[in-house]
Design a protein around this ligand. Structure first.
Ligand SMILES: Nc1ncnc2c1ncn2[C@@H]1O[C@H](COP(=O)(O)OP(=O)(O)O)[C@@H](O)[C@H]1O
Ligand SMILES: [Mg+2]
Length: 404
């Protein structure tokens, strides 16, 4: 971390200092001192107007103690409490001079809730005020650096999530091309048969078959469009329908790898969730299962109603089980970490990392069991999602966070 120098505060509005000294010439003299030192200074006529200014980046506040009363301290304390985790806002308090008395003790109790307070007793030498302020601004700069690092980390994480989304889209595109190609070939053949057919009823039957095939193309394109179309608000989700829409897009890939699909959908409640994210979650699990069964196998998907281990929150449990190669026990702990992949260039290692964060956002749980011993290989992912109906705002915030 770079150690800040005072020149970084000169004429820098992010490090402006609010001065609240309503009586006498304190405000004027303090502001002059700060301006001479090159600090951007805003004289505020009251604590209330300083509070209003605090929504824009500020380096520190200098307050004359007589400007405070219990209500104003309360107002300031509320703002200090709402600070983000990186912030510890510096307040420099110019205290009323004098010996310890009942009223000075009362004043010290009054300012206790204000947090990071530096006391300077008047009369203050200009150098003392400036050096205290510079220390406060240095501390503030470290807080701003922490804020910037947090933003960068968040952006890097979002970029990773986005790249995994694109990788899923890329993998699906190959499967969808096959999926659409088959009915189109069938339609081309049927049109040829209609052209050469002399029997009206037979031609009608060909036309009916062709329109069935085209219906299938329309169904696939609708599912594809829906796949990445993420509503920004949570919606009620019927889990079997959501799983089916994922399977529709993987049908060709599963078929060409010789994988049969067994679905068992029991009665389960609808849950409130982000449909696009949940589709991505199950596409990851189905895609991984298909990758693990290159030589064919069985994909078993089960949906049933369930509740949290403590029996509290009702919800739905989806298990995605495959008879594939299984996961080496030494890798089992690593599979949810970003960039862990055993697929070389074919994998991003982000699928399960994104999947687990989607499950967390929905307040759910994801578990895995796997065996890679010959003769009884296979992997089961089990996802529990609570109905979440009591907290749509939580999911909606999660959604906006993803967009920002
Ligand atoms: N169903 C599965 N069967 C076997 N291995 C799996 C299965 N699901 C996940 N894995 C293992 O977990 C790793 C991480 O998976 P994931 O995060 O989706 O990344 P990727 O699929 O890009 O490798 C995979 O590379 C694979 O080794
Ligand atoms: Mg994957």
């Amino acid at each position: 971390m770079v150690i800040p120098g005072p020149e970084q505060f000169i004429n820098n509005p992010e490090y402006r200092v609010l001065v609240v000294a309503p009586s006498g010439r304190d405000a004027e003299l303090t502001c002059k001192l700060l301006v001479d030192a090159g600090i951007v200074c805003v004289a505020c006529s009251s604590v209330e107007s300083a509070c209003a200014q605090l929504s824009t980046p500020t380096g520190a506040v200098i307050i004359a103690e007589e400007a405070l009363n219990p209500e104003r301290v309360q107002r300031l304390a509320e703002i200090m409490e709402r600070q983000p985790s990186w912030s510890d806002f510096p307040l420099i308090l110019l205290t009323i001079p004098g010996v310890v008395s009942v009223s000075s003790v009362q004043r010290s109790q009054l300012r206790r809730p204000l947090g990071n307070v530096l006391l300077l007793e008047r009369p203050i030498r200009p150098e003392t005020l400036i050096s205290t302020l510079m220390n406060a601004l240095r501390a503030r700069q470290r807080q701003f650096q922490l804020r910037d690092e947090m933003v960068q980390n968040l952006q890097a994480e979002q970029a990773l999530r986005q790249s995994e989304k694109l990788a899923v889209a890329g993998r699906l595109a190959a499967s969808i091309t096959h999926e659409i190609n088959n009915p189109l070939e069938a339609v081309t053949n049927l049109l040829y048969l209609i052209e050469t057919c002399e029997e009206l009823n037979t031609a009608k039957e060909y036309a009916r078959l062709a329109s069935e095939e085209l219906k299938r193309v329309a169904e696939i394109t609708a599912h594809t469009l829906n796949f990445h179309r993420q509503p920004i608000h949570p919606v009620m989700i019927e889990m079997p329908a959501l799983i089916d829409s994922v399977l529709t897009l993987y049908r060709q890939k599963l078929k060409s790898s010789g994988i049969s699909v067994e679905r068992k959908y029991e009665h389960a409640p609808q849950i409130l969730g982000m449909s696009g994210e949940l589709r991505q979650l199950f596409a990851n699990l189905v895609g991984n299962a298909a990758d693990a069964m290159k030589q064919g196998g069985v994909l078993r998907i089960r949906v049933k109603s369930s509740s949290t281990a403590s029996g509290g929150m009702p919800g739905v449990r989806v298990t995605v089980a495959d008879s594939g190669c299984g996961i080496d026990p030494k890798n089992l702990r690593k599979i949810f970490e970003p960039f862990f992949s055993t697929k070389g260039n074919m994998g991003t290692g982000l699928g399960l990392w994104v999947s687990s964060s989607i499950v967390q956002k929905h307040d759910g749980r994801i578990q895995v069991k796997s065996c890679n011993k010959e003769g009884r290989c296979g992997t089961v992912f089990s996802v529990f999602l609570p109905i979440n109906q009591a907290k749509p705002e939580l999911l909606a915030n999660a959604a906006t966070e993803q967009i920002a």
